[in-house]
Design a protein around this ligand. Structure first.
Ligand code: SF4
Ligand code: SF4
Length: 345
């Protein structure tokens, strides 16, 4: 696989990284097999987050013995709950990963200006102190809103930015990549398959090979997935014009109502997590009730009482740059959640 350098950090990795967000769905033994297969096939960059349930423990079990040979990145959303919560989660993540330091540690889901304001105060100061103590090598930021990330990178505080980029979400091409390159900030790509909604995986990955977007971290939970992905990245065939058009046609309809999780529509006066509603809709609506769909619905089940409070006020539609019909989606997700078999709900 192609080796890339992560910004000006001097760290090098294979272009295909490992996203750990799906590890909570599989057993400890299965996680171990998947991670070991990834290592055997040359993957060296591992991305996780405190929010991904037991993924840190599962990674730590395998990677702690070879931490000098891999790059581990984690992040926390606890900065939104204050400095103490953030500090606690930082320590907890180090313990779960069984390591002395993070290669990258950062702020998770910095989407809107208030998130950014919360991150750059005491939490950033804390990470700088940890950096001096050798417990963090580089500070990172992740989010779904290119405008907020550009503003954040311009402060010079971050060595890496992680954000969605795929054939549907091409907004980072406007200026986020350019700003990152100019400032020597590494880029890491989440949601390379648009959160699982692009079904033609090979074409979706090959889209990246004309852009060189940085380290690409699809979620993986089976050895077969790892092998298939590695094969595509070894072949590294960029899309030809006809293939790109084919892919664009396929996602054209999807793209019109595809939620970018930018959070411009938030907050909802009823406390509804709107991007989460759309994530459930995109993954589950019209899909057969397979394990993946049941798992996602299971995550959404606790939102049911809140969704029932939606007043269809339409404020979220007015604030959304893509005019996504959120009130309709809320009703559709409610319908889906209520259709879950009782024994699984
Ligand atoms: S509904 Fe619109 S504004 Fe809200 S997160 Fe999705 S794309 Fe952004
Ligand atoms: S329409 Fe529903 S989801 Fe949207 S802001 Fe109003 S109450 Fe919240």
């Amino acid at each position: 696989m192609k080796t890339i350098t992560l910004g000006t950090t001097g760290l090098q990795t294979a272009e295909l990284g490992f996203g750990a967000m799906y590890l909570p769905r599989v057993s400890v033994a299965q996680s171990e097999r998947v991670i070991k297969r990834a290592l055997e096939l040359g993957i060296t960059y591992f991305d996780t987050a405190a929010a991904y349930q037991d993924s840190e423990e599962k990674l730590g079990k395998v990677l702690s013995k070879i931490s000098d040979q891999v790059i581990v990145s984690s992040r926390s959303m606890a900065y939104k709950m204050g400095i103490e919560a953030f500090q606690q989660e930082f320590d907890q993540s180090l313990r779960r990963l069984r390591c002395d330091y993070f290669d990258f540690y950062g702020f998770h889901a910095v989407n809107q200006p208030p998130d950014f304001e919360q991150a750059i105060g005491a939490p950033l100061e804390f990470l700088r102190e940890q950096q001096q103590r050798g417990r963090v090598r580089h500070i990172a930021i992740t989010g779904h809103n290119p405008v907020t990330l550009v503003r954040a990178l311009k402060t010079g505080a971050f060595a890496m930015a992680m954000f969605p980029f795929n054939v549907i979400e091409q907004e980072p091409l406007h200026d986020l990549f350019a700003v990152a390159r100019e400032l020597g900030v590494a880029t890491s790509i989440m949601k390379p398959l648009a959160g699982g909604v692009i079904e033609r995986k090979a074409l979706a990955f090959r889209f990246f090979f004309t852009h060189d977007p940085g380290v690409i971290t699809p979620g993986m939970a089976s050895e077969q997935e790892v092998e298939e992905n590695v094969r595509i990245f070894i072949e590294r065939r960029p899309l030809v014009a006809d293939e790109l058009q084919e892919l664009l046609n396929e996602v054209a309809l999807l793209g019109k109502e595809f939620c970018r999780r930018c959070s411009y529509c938030m907050p909802c006066e009823q406390g509804i997590m709107i991007p989460f509603v759309h994530m459930i809709y995109l993954k589950c609506w019209g899909k057969p009730m397979n394990d993946d769909v049941l798992y996602t619905l299971g995550l959404g089940k606790r939102m049911l009482p809140l969704l029932e409070k939606c007043t269809a006020c339409g404020t979220c539609v007015e604030k959304c740059p893509y005019s996504i019909p959120t009130p309709r989606r809320v009703q559709e997700v409610l319908e889906l959640l209520k259709s879950m078999p009782d024994e699984l709900s």
